[in-house]
Design a protein around this ligand. Structure first.
Ligand SMILES: Nc1ncnc2c1ncn2[C@@H]1O[C@H](COP(=O)(O)OP(=O)(O)OP(=O)(O)O)[C@@H](O)[C@H]1O
Ligand SMILES: [Mg+2]
Length: 442
C-alpha cells in the first residue's frame, strides 16, 4: 500500500507510475487519503505500507498508524520535516524505516523487501484469529484441552441441573460459567456472579436470599436477594467452598425445592434460576473435614467441569499472549509490535501458577515496560530461561536477565547479529554495546 497524502507526485518520482499497479514486483494499492487507506485496509491486510507526507494533521496520522500497527510502515518525508521532533516520534513509534525525498527507488525497494520479510516472519509466529468456529465463545485457545472444555460447555449448557466448575485460580472458571449461560436457553436472562468468599457471614443470608421489611434493625423495606435477581437466568456462586454452613443448608433447600425464603418471610417464593458453582479447592476434602455439606456437594456435582491449568495448555500460550496483546494495544505504547522469540520461549517455559490472569498481567506490564519494538523476557518479568525475575529492578539480577535475553536471542538467530538485534527490538549498534557490556562473545 502506498499513501501519498500531499499529492507530491511521489509515485511518479520513484517510477511507480510507469508500472501501473505492479511496481518492481509489488502489487501496489495507491491511495491519497487516510480514509481511503483505512477502507482498503479493512478488506485487505497489506503487510507493508509506504507513507509519504509533510505531516500536516500529524495527530490524525498518528492515530491512523496506531490503529494499523500490524502493517510495516515505511515513512517518506522531506528532509526539513524529518528534523522535527514530532516526525521523529512518529518514526520511532510506528515506522519500520524511513526515507527522505528525493527517494532513491532502489534503496526503497530494498527497504520494502526487508519490511515484507519481517512482516512474514511475524505472521509465521502465531495467528491469533484462527478460531472462527468458536467466535461466539470468549474462551480462546486451539489446543485439545480447551477444545474438550468447549465441547463440555455446549453439552451442559442446555441441561437444567447445577454445574460445578473446578479449576485453579485465574484459569477461566468465570469465563466458563459465562459461556455455559450464553449457550443455554437462559442466555437472554441475567447472569449474576456472587463471590461467596467476599460477602460477610452476617450479611450473607440477606444478600443471597433477600429480606422482608422489619426483619432486622435497618431493614426498612423489602429487598430482593441476589438469587432472586437472577430469575430467568443463571447465578454463578464463585468460591462455593467459602459459603458458611448455615447458608449451605438454605442453598440445598433452594436446589431441591426451587424456592427461597427471604429473611423474616413467612412464605416461600418460587425462583427459576440455574445454579453454576465454582471452586479452586477440592470440595471433597472440605466434605471430609466437615466444612462442606456432603449432600450439597453431591447435589452440585451432577455436572462437573474441569478447567485445565494454563501449564497443561502450552499450545495455547502464544495465541492467548497475542490475543491479550491485541486487546490492550490500544491503551499502550504503540511502538511495541509484539513478542520477540526469546519472550515467546520464556512464556512457554514459565509454569504460570496464576494461570490466564497472570498471563494478562505480565503482558500488560510488558507493554508498558518494553523499550524496544518487541517485548523481551525481562519486560514480562521473566528471565530468558523462563523463571520469574523476582527482583528485576536490582542491578545484578537485571544484568543477568539482560544477559540471558541476549544470549537466547543470539542462539535463536544462529549468532546472526542483525536478526538477533531485530528480535530484541534494538539496533545492531545497541546490541554490540550490550554484548560488550555483558561480556558476551558474538
Ligand atoms: N481461554 C481464555 N481466553 C481468553 N481469556 C481468558 C481465558 N481464560 C481466562 N481468560 C481471562 O482470564 C481472566 C481470568 O479468568 P476468570 O476470571 O474466568 O478465572 P477464574 O478461574 O474465575 O479466576 P479466579 O480463581 O481468580 O476467580 C479473565 O480476565 C478472563 O477473561
Ligand atoms: Mg473467578
Amino acid at each position: 500500500m502506498s499513501i501519498d497524502l500531499d499529492g507530491n507526485g511521489f509515485l511518479r518520482e520513484v517510477g511507480m507510475q510507469e508500472f501501473g499497479v505492479a511496481w518492481g514486483g509489488w502489487q501496489v494499492c495507491a491511495v491519497k487519503s487516510l480514509t481511503a487507506a483505512a477502507r482498503a485496509l479493512r478488506t485487505h491486510a497489506f503487510p507493508v505500507g509506504v507513507l509519504m507526507s509533510t505531516l500536516d494533521g500529524i495527530e490524525e496520522i498518528d492515530s491512523f498508524l496506531h490503529q494499523h500497527w500490524a502493517t510495516q510502515w515505511v515513512g517518506v518525508f522531506p528532509p526539513r520535516v524529518l528534523q522535527t521532533t514530532a516526525c521523529r516520534r512518529l518514526v520511532r513509534d510506528h515506522c519500520y524505516d524511513y526515507h527522505t525525498l528525493p527517494v532513491d527507488a532502489v534503496r526503497l525497494q530494498h527497504t520494502l523487501g526487508h519490511a515484507y520479510g519481517y512482516a512474514t516472519l511475524r505472521d509465521m509466529a502465531e495467528s491469533p484469529l484462527s478460531e472462527m468456529e468458536h467466535a461466539d465463545m470468549q474462551l480462546k485457545g486451539h489446543g485439545a484441552a480447551i477444545g474438550r472444555l468447549r465441547e463440555q460447555i455446549l453439552k451442559v449448557a442446555n441441561a437444567s441441573a447445577p454445574v460445578l466448575i473446578w479449576g485453579e485460580s485465574g484459569s477461566g472458571k468465570e469465563l466458563t460459567a459465562q459461556a455455559i449461560h450464553a449457550h443455554s436457553i437462559r442466555a437472554a436472562g441475567p447472569f449474576v456472579p456472587i463471590n461467596c468468599g467476599a460477602i460477610p457471614a452476617s450479611l450473607a443470608q440477606s444478600e443471597l436470599f433477600g429480606h422482608e421489611k422489619g426483619a432486622f434493625t435497618g431493614a426498612t423495606r423489602d429487598k430482593q436477594g441476589l438469587i432472586e435477581s437472577a430469575a430467568g437466568g443463571t447465578v454463578f456462586l464463585d468460591e462455593i467452598g467459602d459459603l458458611p454452613l448455615s447458608l449451605q443448608t438454605n442453598l440445598l433447600r433452594f436446589l431441591q425445592e426451587k424456592t427461597i425464603y427471604r429473611v423474616g418471610a413467612t412464605h416461600s417464593t418460587v425462583v427459576d434460576v440455574r445454579v453454576i458453582a465454582a471452586s479452586h479447592v477440592n470440595l471433597l476434602h472440605a466434605v471430609q473435614q466437615g466444612s462442606f455439606r456432603e449432600d450439597l456437594y453431591y447435589r452440585l456435582n451432577v455436572l462437573a467441569l474441569d478447567v485445565p491449568p494454563l501449564r497443561e495448555r502450552k499450545e495455547d500460550l502464544m495465541l492467548l499472549a497475542n490475543h491479550f496483546f491485541a486487546t490492550y494495544i490500544a491503551e499502550r505504547a504503540p511502538r511495541v509490535k509484539g513478542f520477540s522469540s526469546a519472550a515467546a520461549q520464556a512464556i512457554r517455559e514459565h509454569a504460570w501458577p496464576g494461570n490466564v490472569r497472570e498471563l494478562i498481567n505480565r503482558v500488560r506490564r510488558a507493554m508498558v515496560m518494553a523499550e524496544g519494538k518487541l517485548i523481551v523476557p525481562r519486560d514480562l518479568g521473566l528471565t530468558a530461561s523462563g523463571k520469574a525475575g523476582q527482583s528485576a529492578a536490582l542491578g545484578g539480577s537485571r544484568l543477568r536477565a539482560d544477559r540471558e535475553a541476549v544470549q537466547a536471542s543470539l542462539a535463536n538467530a544462529g549468532s546472526n547479529i542483525s536478526q538477533a538485534a531485530r528480535d530484541l527490538g534494538v539496533s545492531r549498534m545497541t546490541l554490540y554495546r550490550l554484548m560488550k557490556k555483558l561480556d558476551i562473545e558474538g
